[in-house]
Design a protein around this ligand. Structure first.
Ligand code: NAP
Length: 297
């Protein structure tokens, strides 16, 4: 249990409701900042404004999946007031406190480094990334279905990158009867893709593999679907770029050539906020319990 642990939520979206519920169940003392318009009432939860005083005795700060923007803004869908984290807030947070976020942009990392506060990026963890790959693949399928006039079954699809998201995407497509090519750069990934029944190829040979493709799902977070590649893709093909912004596609050239290309960030929070919230809640609950046990609470 998390009895006696003070946890402060600063901003967030629907996913945070699952996390608040879980930490409340675990008996943490929960404080909400930036939740003024939230209707649901969690018992025992207190609400506060973003002030240094509100943070002086907190053991953990939970930021939204997107963390903090470069100008200090923290997103919240539960308040019309702006939330901006400042140096005075970081100064007030105890050094033993950890800040949990989905991803930490450079400004948040720098701020935490300056004030010697540990920041934990939940989306960097393998377990969270693998669980998140499930709603991501489902969301990508939804987009594919909405933006094509053919079935996934019997289509020729391609997944670029065979990491945590790519593997789930490839398996999901194959499960629906698509013929799946997987682009990799390591021989061991090539071997694994072949063992799993996909058609592997090396991404350096990408240009040779796109000429009859129907669907491309990119998970490689660097420019891979270049103008030269797009020039070889059939006009009917759809590119869904799952890699973090700005994606790995030359969107300008795709538009010019009339090939539909969609950047699809943040799918878990869009298509399955409850599941995505539970993924965060389960991991966060476990991490806080481990910390609590280590600290002899
Ligand atoms: P990951 O496990 O690190 O997988 C990335 C894959 O890309 C790895 O297999 C890596 O291969 C490959 N790769 C990287 N650079 C490459 C290059 N230059 N050429 C060939 N292959 C390359 O990451 P992930 O968790 O699957 O996430 C992938 C991307 O999707 C990230 O940008 C992540 O932020 C994003 N994402 C988006 C959503 C969404 O909703 N759209 C959801 C989850 C994740 P090696 O092993 O050879 O390096």
């Amino acid at each position: 249990m998390l009895t006696g642990l003070q946890v402060t939520f600063i901003g967030g979206d629907a996913r945070q409701l699952e996390v608040i519920e879980r930490l409340t169940e675990l008996d943490a003392t929960v404080q909400l900042i930036g939740f003024d318009n939230l209707q649901s009432s969690f018992s025992g939860v207190v609400r506060a404004k973003l002030t240094p005083e509100a943070l002086v005795s907190t053991d953990a700060v939970i930021l939204p999946a997107s963390g903090m923007e470069e100008d200090g803004q923290v997103m919240t869908i539960f308040s019309s007031e702006e939330l901006v984290l400042k140096t005075t807030h970081l100064e007030a947070i105890p050094k033993t406190c950890k800040i949990f976020t989905g991803i930490a942009k450079p400004a948040l990392k720098k701020l935490c480094e300056t004030y010697s506060i540990e920041v934990v990026e939940l989306f960097e963890r393998d377990d969270v990334a693998i669980y998140n790959s499930i709603p991501t693949a489902e969301g990508a399928l939804m987009m594919a279905i909405q933006n094509t006039d053919f079935t996934i079954h019997n289509s020729k699809s391609m997944v670029l990158g065979m990491g945590r998201t790519g593997l789930t995407m490839a398996r999901t497509l194959a499960g629906l009867g698509s013929k799946v090519k997987v682009g990799v750069r390591k021989p061991e990934h090539y071997a694994r893709a072949w063992e799993m029944g996909f058609t592997p190829f090396y991404t350096k040979d990408l240009a040779d593999h796109v000429k009859d493709i129907d669907l491309i799902f990119n998970t490689i977070p660097s420019m891979i679907i270049t103008a030269q590649i797009i020039a070889k893709i059939p006009h009917r093909a759809l590119i869904i770029d799952l890699a973090s912004k700005p994606g790995g596609t030359d969107f300008r050239f795709a538009e010019k050539r009339g090939v539909k290309a969609l950047l699809a960030p943040g799918l878990p929070g869009i298509v399955a906020p409850k599941t995505a919230g539970r993924i965060i809640a389960n991991t966060l609950g476990r991490l806080l319990m481990e910390d609590s046990e280590k600290g002899g609470r």
